[in-house]
Design a protein. Structure first.
Length: 281
């Protein structure tokens, strides 16, 4: 199951999860619907969306829970209408989906340990940072100082530590794998991601992970695919606020007329990424 058929089938499974988020969905039942084995669905779904089907369902439930609270429902009503079933489930899933405790997330990463490193690539200097959950930051810049300043701005209260390879071998290996993808055309590495954003941003970023290498969609097409056809500007804003370059491929989203549109790290880098992917696909 490769290419567009696979992507289309996974998007159908994701939509099914969204429509039945308040129900008990098993991996086996979802796999049967997709025509795959449970282990195969678990792997390809995570490859496409960055999280497992269970975590995807929990994220949808969390979005419904937050919306219910905004609509004025009581906490108890919001918990059960969103499908969580208990208070402990809500706060457990909130921590897992955000990647840190909600209080720490609101406090700019206070108490969170983040390791970072910089490396030269074909697209210029790249900085990568990671929590214990996965990569939370990939940025390009002209010098290390500006990249670290950007990292501090994203996580102002986290404990940031430069990474000697012996203390964080995973980060060093991840940077090398991503550099090989950028500089040598190797496959994009399947790295654990610690995505942090609003429910809408997370939905956009998760969908971007399903766009195949060499492919591209317009902002309006992405909006339609996530069932928010009028949210074209919000999709563009979510792409612009992506802090994990390349691994979350916002460079694969273009204007409706096929022009590049914007890119947080410069249109030259966006064009280079697209050209390289089209040649290798």
């Amino acid at each position: 199951m490769d290419g567009s058929p696979r992507v289309g089938r996974l998007v159908e499974i994701a939509r099914y999860i969204e429509e039945h988020a308040d129900e008990r969905l098993t991996l086996a039942s979802l796999a049967d619907r997709a025509g795959l084995s449970p282990s195969r669905l678990q792997r390809v779904f995570k490859d496409a969306f960055g999280i497992s089907p269970k975590a995807y369902q929990d994220a949808v439930r969390m979005r419904h829970f937050k919306q219910s609270l905004k609509d004025g429902d009581s906490v108890t009503d919001a918990i059960f209408s969103s499908g969580f079933g208990s208070v402990s489930r809500v706060y457990g899933e909130a921590t897992r989906n955000i990647g840190m405790a909600p209080k720490a997330y609101r406090a700019g990463g206070a108490g969170e340990a983040i390791i970072y490193a910089c490396r030269a690539t074909a697209l210029g200097l790249m900085a990568m940072a990671a929590t214990g959950k996965g990569v939370c930051f990939v940025q390009f810049g002209d010098d290390e100082a500006s990249l670290i300043t950007c990292l501090k701005a994203e996580f102002p209260k986290a404990e940031l530590t430069a990474s000697p390879a012996q203390n964080a071998p995973e980060l060093d290996a991840w940077m090398e794998a991503l550099d090989r993808h950028i500089s040598e055309g190797a496959p994009r590495p399947d790295l654990p991601l610690d995505m942090r954003g609003t429910a809408f941003q997370m939905k956009v970023w998760q969908f971007l992970l399903s766009i195949p290498e060499g492919g591209a969609l317009s902002y309006s097409e992405v909006a339609a695919e996530i069932d928010k056809p009028k949210a074209v500007r919000a999709v563009a804003s979510a792409c612009a606020k992506n802090r994990i370059a390349v691994l979350i491929p916002c460079h694969r989203v273009l204007r409706g007329d096929g022009s590049l549109g914007g890119y947080r790290w410069g249109l030259g880098r966006k064009r280079a990424l697209l050209d390289a992917e089209r040649k290798s696909s």
